[in-house]
Design a protein around this ligand. Structure first.
Ligand code: HEC
Length: 178
């Protein structure tokens, strides 16, 4: 007897197809730092946090290599929460993008939205972190750190010298973590 094709099997196959057919939707592409210098440039500082002219958080690396607090904190938070999938230092893996490049190429608000809400493309799944304070309270830190990595402004590994954490950053952290 010929077994009729189970409609569930068909549904499962159809659901899988987009993941198999569609190319990866990753924003990650090679970055030429010289093309993005203006976009990431510091316009102003607010008690230890640095921003571009568009009010987007950015990194600040002193001439002697001292990194701003967010870049240092982002290094630690990234390696606690993201590196299992995205690889050490934002370098990517076979199944998750090189998000050091994404942080330069993606719009800040799209980057934020992807982490808060997650994203799925077939079997390629980015979890959502919107309810995880260990990510949400440090998302600017992670973003700024990855942007510095994508721009080659900081080397791989733990930054050796860091600026002190400002009182405002500490207060914001306390308020966020509750
Ligand atoms: C369980 C594995 C996993 C973890 C943990 C994870 N991600 Fe992802 N992430 C992925 C995958 C897989 C994708 C690609 C999704 C797709 O194909 O659309 C992705 C995509 C992204 C993107 C979009 C990148 C692009 O180029 O389009 C961003 C931004 C991102 N992740 C940030 C983060 C951050 C920040 C963290 C840590 C807080 C994190 N991810 C933790 C698996 C993960």
């Amino acid at each position: 007897m010929v077994r009729p094709v189970n409609s569930l099997t068909v549904a499962a196959l159809v659901a899988l197809l987009p993941g198999l057919v569609a190319a990866q939707s990753w924003t990650d592409q090679p970055v030429d730092p010289s093309e993005h210098q203006e976009e990431v440039a510091v316009d102003y500082e607010d008690e230890g946090r640095y921003y571009t002219a568009d009010d987007v958080p950015t990194y600040n690396i002193a001439e002697d290599g001292t990194v701003d607090w967010l870049t240092f904190s982002g290094f630690r938070r990234y390696h606690a929460e993201c590196h299992v999938c995205h690889g050490p230092d934002g370098e990517g893996s076979t199944y998750a993008p090189k998000i050091k490049n994404s942080a330069v190429l993606m719009d800040y608000y799209d980057f934020y939205d992807t982490v808060v809400n997650g994203r799925a493309n077939g079997n390629s799944v980015m979890p959502h972190f919107g309810d995880n304070p260990n990510v949400m309270c440090y998302l600017d830190d992670i973003y700024v750190y990855l942007k510095a990595r994508g721009m080659d402004a900081v080397a791989r590994g733990r930054p050796a010298k860091k600026a002190a954490k400002s009182e405002m950053i500490q207060e914001a952290e306390n308020a966020c973590m509750g």
